[in-house]
Write a new protein. Structure first.
Length: 452
């Protein structure tokens, strides 16, 4: 079943796409990757067809994604009389998730980025659904007037991505026919409206409200879109960053970036140059916090080594890092499980294979490269660098990645992740900049020996 002829209209009212049965994908990784590709191809509500999959003697019918809500509909949802408080059943319990959102406002839903490790498109759709300015400003006033403990600081004005407010395909007809999984990969599509003016105006109105002292932007920023809008980057650096701005290049190397559907690190450099310039002009000392993923499908040991060299060269030390975990429904999870690349047609033979670090030893090594400055990791890094023929990176100089000496009492357990008694439950990612002493608000850290 299914209309697949190139260039033809997808008769979405008349056809459905049959996925391989549950029993087939359960036992056959190639078919699993193929099914994942089919599912993600049917993600545009303008042309997606229903999916059908056989489970035993039953058929599962999956409707296409819903038509995005209009702005009045979004306002209708957000203007409902929410209590803006945890359920009374929690009593006085401290709820971390509530602390994070109580003074923040969601201005939109959805994301057209298509990052392959993320499931936002499956949750919220690939077409941005925007609230009106009026609705957002009303919510800010409600927080100001009714939320206990509000001191005038808004912690975030954002959404799945900070800067996709009011961005969309220039032509609704083109949008409804489009089959691309991302509007920004491999490049920003020429049909995409990337004008950040409505967002700038929203920020200005938000911070002009009586009783609002500061509006932070804490949602992740899509920097390949931001660099096209210098006025936005200026607004951000001048008024909305309280010292640190989180952004997520996720990697520096082309191999993993191509599997993640993320832009090249050159775009990050361009954004940093722009951001630093506007921060200087505003007389502020601001820093970028780049996030990276270790061991994403498509990442080799050499890729991680190159990322570590980039981190060192740019003066970053990641305190805590993220090692890839497959998330349900994501394309990256399909790569990890199947060893195939569902971003391209999947065939039994001849289609692209994707390597994933799976064993504990190699996953630990990839993470260790991200934390090259931690002496606990130096023994396994030394061993790996020698095996990779890169012993030239071991030594006492600034150009070396790690030293050839080991501080007493460290590096005995095979990497930091296996240290007895180490707690990982509440870790957060902070990146230290070696040009700066310590992240404000954190207690002074015990001085540890570190590379470089
Ligand atoms: S044509 Fe371009 S901007 Fe429009 S929906 Fe497709 S990828 Fe996005």
């Amino acid at each position: 079943m299914g209309a697949t002829a190139k260039g033809s209209l997808f008769h979405k009212e008349k056809t459905a796409v049959r996925l391989p049965s549950f029993e087939q994908v359960k036992d056959d990784r190639v078919l699993y990757a193929h099914a994942s590709r089919l599912l993600h191809q049917e993600s545009n509500p303008g042309n997606a067809r229903p999916l059908v999959q056989r489970h035993g003697n039953k058929e599962l019918w999956l409707n296409p994604p819903p038509i995005p809500l209009t702005t009045p509909e979004m306002d209708g949802v957000y203007d409902l009389p929410y209590a803006r408080a945890p359920h009374p059943a929690y009593g006085e319990a401290k709820i971390a998730a509530w602390e994070m959102i109580r003074f923040s406002v969601n201005i939109m839903r959805g994301c057209f980025g298509g990052c392959s490790f993320c499931s936002i498109t499956e949750h919220e759709g690939r077409i941005i659904q925007n609230r009106s300015e009026g609705s957002i400003l009303r919510e800010l006033e409600t927080i100001r007037d009714k939320t206990r403990g509000f001191t005038g600081i808004v912690s975030d004005l954002g959404g799945p991505t900070a800067n996709m407010y009011r961005l969309a395909c220039k032509d609704p007809k083109t949008e409804s026919l489009c089959r691309r999984p991302s509007c920004v990969y491999p490049d920003v599509c020429k049909n995409l409206n990337t004008d950040h003016t409505p967002l700038i105006e929203l920020y200005r109105k938000a911070r002009a409200l009586p009783g609002i002292k500061k509006v932070h932007i804490a949602s992740g920023l899509r920097y390949d879109l931001a660099v096209r809008n210098p006025a936005y980057v200026k607004e951000l650096a001048t008024h909305h960053v309280g010292g640190y701005l989180k952004i997520a290049p996720e990697h520096t190397e082309a191999g993993p970036l191509s599997k993640m559907m993320k832009p090249g690190i050159g775009t990050y450099d361009a954004f940093k140059t722009m951001f630093d310039k506007f921060a200087r002009e505003a007389g502020k000392e601001l820093y970028l916090i780049p996030y990276f993923i270790a061991a994403h499908p498509g990442t080799t040991d050499e890729d991680m080594m190159n990322l570590a060299l980039w981190l060192k060269k740019n003066g970053y030390r990641a305190d805590q890092v993220q090692t890839f975990l497959p998330s349900p429904m994501s394309l990256s999870a399909a790569m990890y499980h199947s060893g195939r690349n569902p971003l391209r047609p999947v065939r039994r033979s001849g289609s692209e294979e994707v390597f994933s670090a799976k064993g504990l030893t190699q996953r630990r090594l990839h993470k260790a490269f991200l934390r090259y400055h931690d002496a606990e990791n130096w023994p396994i890094l030394r061993e790996a660098l020698k095996r990779m023929g890169r012993a030239d990176l071991i030594g006492p100089g600034k150009h070396h990645l790690i030293p050839n000496w080991q501080p007493a009492g460290t590096g005995l357990a095979g990497g930091e992740g296996v240290r007895a008694g180490r707690k990982h439950g509440t870790q957060k990612f902070y990146t230290q900049h070696t040009t700066q002493s310590r992240r404000p608000g954190l207690s002074p850290r015990k001085k540890r020996p570190a590379a470089g």
